[in-house]
Write a protein that binds this ligand. Structure first.
Ligand code: ADP
Length: 644
């Protein structure tokens, strides 16, 4: 029992309480920390999962784009081969560039020879008679030389020779300062249809070059004719049916551009230049279908399956060209499928796939304009997870708090019971041992004087009374704790309660050194009360007044009626209570000085009884001056009516 009590001593109880709290905190905190950890991992996984889901969804589009790209490749390749079979190189070149299918192109014949862009092919023909002589005289006697060339032109049957002779004649006339005569030759005989395809020794067409010279001569003197001639020459240069070597065409285009102050523009000039550069650097390999990087940096060669056409692109323009081919119609507006050239920064795309065997190094990528799209989706799911987590932690905390409260209440109850047993046992001991001592004395001393015997018997009776009060309180408390306190409410005159309480304590309080006054007007109204319980309450107050007063005791019990209530006042001139104690005395087992001759139950029983009567009890006290305990109960209903 002692061990048990020591265990439940306030210090030990607090220790157990703290460790219990610690355990419960751990029970909540540890799983919460784990939950938060799991949630952060889950958030990461959620992000990955959402990304994966989106990737899977978009991958379908990318695969479709891949298929479209392959189909596009084969379709264009077949078209190119078909067109190469039916179109001469220059015509095909002009069409492909004109249609915008490629930035430029290199065309081959079926033997793998480049048909466009072409260089002029020098002709090795025997020199006509008199040609060398005419050339020799060109510097010293240009006029004579011009006449000699004119002679050659008229005598020969070969249009090539004739055209070259007229060209030389015009050159000599210009040298001789006879521009008009030169113009007449350039635009006269050379304008005839039979010289249209005549070429010089280097393989260049004679007529366009002659017209260019004429244009230069005419430029200042005759503007109307020069415009006419310029337009004619522009048409000639743009005519890809004519067998003009591409280098001559480029030369003429440039010259015409300069002469006409950019009045003449040539849509194929850039394409001509690009094709010439590529061919010059290294002609595309014959018969290697597919996409390859060209020897020029940033230029791609896309060869048709037969290799007869090689389209040329800058990297960007190829990517742009193919964009429409791979565009996915069913994609959200802010997502685009793009073709990503080799060496690009793949990271900036949401996801990429190889573009296919036909597109070495190229990838198909998904470009999300709103990069936060998948973040938003992931965040939404994470937010709902966090809410669930918060709710779980909240619920766990609430349950833990509830558990703490329950356990604390249970512990308090256990402590209460143990305290009760300890206190009551202690309290019972004193009267029992003193009674036994008195009884033993009476039994052992047969010749005691009558007065002493009476004195002893009175003492025994008093101790007995104290014992029964103690047991009454004990039982009352026990019933109170078990909610078994049964009240028998009835309308009772307040005066009757006062009288009964006074009678119960009169004998004790009328002892020497104690003045006990009772005052209750005869017309006091009735109250609805359990008379026995109310007497118990008042007796408890009166006994306390007696216990906690000095030698000269002044105790009074009064009852007054006011405002529909009856107040019972128990006043003493005893040790009084400090304000802090006055607030606590109604708590169970509370004693200002523990072990001071009570067990700290009386006032808690008083409060319990008064509350059951819908009344209130309060104390008004000053240390060293005394206390007044007041119980106020409402009047009985019919008593109220009687009064009114
Ligand atoms: P106890 O059995 O200790 O008297 P009570 O519940 O009746 O238990 O009283 C609680 C405590 O209140 C007492 O221990 C005592 O310190 C204080 N007390 C009660 N009545 C008075 C009073 N009339 N004057 C001074 N102190 C009092």
């Amino acid at each position: 029992m002692n061990l048990w009590l020591r265990k439940l001593s306030p210090g030990a109880g607090r220790g157990i309480g703290i460790s219990l709290m610690l355990v419960l905190v751990l029970v909540v905190v540890a799983p919460s920390v784990c939950l938060v950890w799991f949630m952060s991992r889950a958030a990461q996984n959620e992000r990955l999962a959402v990304r994966q889901k989106l990737e899977d969804a978009y991958r379908v589009h990318l695969s479709l784009a891949q298929e479209r790209l392959t189909a596009f490749y084969h379709e264009i390749g077949a078209q190119l081969d078909a067109r190469a079979a039916t179109n001469p190189g220059p015509v095909l070149f002009a069409k492909l560039v004109g249609e915008g299918l490629a930035e430029s192109a290199v065309c081959f014949d079926q033997n793998g020879r480049i048909t466009y862009p072409t260089r002029p092919e020098p002709r090795f023909e025997p020199e006509p008679p008199g040609w060398a002589e005419a050339e020799r005289r060109e510097l010293a006697a240009p006029e004579a030389a011009a006449a000699a060339f004119a002679g050659i032109a008229t005598e020969t049957a070969d249009p090539n020779v004739a055209a070259r002779a007229y060209q030389a004649q015009a050159r000599c006339l210009i040298r001789a300062g006879k521009s008009d005569a030169a113009l007449a030759v350039l635009l006269g005989p050379l304008g005839e249809q039979r010289y249209a395809d005549a070429a010089d020794a280097e393989g260049r067409l004679v007529v366009p070059n002659a017209e260019l010279i004429a244009l230069e001569l005419l430029r200042e003197s005759d503007s109307a004719r020069s415009v006419q001639l310029r337009d004619k020459l522009v048409r000639r240069v743009n005519d890809y049916d004519a067998p003009m070597p591409s280098s001559q065409r480029r030369f003429l285009m440039r010259q015409l551009g300069e002469l006409s102050n950019a009045h003449a523009s040539f849509s194929t000039l850039a394409a001509e230049d690009l094709a010439a550069q590529v061919v010059e650097a290294q002609p595309p390999p014959i018969g290697s279908a597919g996409l390859h990087p060209s020897p020029l940096p940033g230029i791609w060669e896309w060869a048709s399956p037969s290799g007869r056409v090689v389209l040329l692109y800058h990297t960007d323009s190829l990517a742009a060209k193919l964009r429409s081919a791979i565009a996915a119609p069913s994609l959200p507006r802010d997502a685009t499928v793009v073709l990503v050239p080799p060496g690009s920064d793949y990271e900036k795309y949401f996801t990429t796939l190889p573009a296919g065997l036909e597109w070495p190094g190229w990838r198909i990528g998904l470009d999300l304009q709103d990069k936060s799209l998948f973040e938003t989706a992931a965040n939404q799911r994470i937010a709902s997870d966090i809410w669930i987590g918060v709710l779980v932690i909240g619920a766990a905390s609430a349950l833990a708090l509830l558990a703490v409260q329950l356990v604390r209440r249970q512990m308090a109850l256990t402590r209460l019971r143990n305290d009760l047993v300890a206190n009551v046992t202690h309290e019972l001991k004193t009267p029992i041992s003193s009674t036994r001592l008195l009884v033993d004395t009476l039994l052992d001393s047969p010749r005691l004087p009558q007065t002493t015997i009476r004195e002893y018997l009175e003492l025994i009776a008093r101790e007995n009374l104290r014992l029964s009060r103690l047991i009454d309180n004990f039982l009352a408390f026990s019933r109170m704790e078990r909610n078994k306190y049964a009240f028998d409410f009835q309308a009772v005159p307040a005066k009757q309660i006062v009288d009964e309480a006074a009678a119960a304590v009169r004998e004790r309080l009328n002892s020497p050194g104690c003045q006990f006054d009772v005052s209750a007007p005869a017309d006091l109204p009735e109250v609805t009360a359990d008379p026995g319980a109310m007497v118990t309450a008042l007796v408890n107050l009166l006994e306390n007044a007696y216990k906690y007063s000095h030698e000269e005791k002044h105790i009074s019990l009064r009852a007054v009626s006011q405002n529909g209530h009856v107040s019972f006042l128990v006043q003493d001139n005893g040790i009084g209570l400090a304000p802090r104690d006055a607030r606590r005395v109604f708590k169970r087992f509370y004693q200002v000085t523990p072990g001071g001759g009570g067990c700290g139950l009386g006032l808690s029983i008083v409060e319990f009884i008064v509350r059951a009567h819908h009344g209130e009890v309060k104390v008004d006290s000053q240390p060293g001056r005394g206390s007044t305990f007041t119980i106020t109960l409402p009047q009985a209903r019919h008593a109220e009516r009687k009064e009114s």
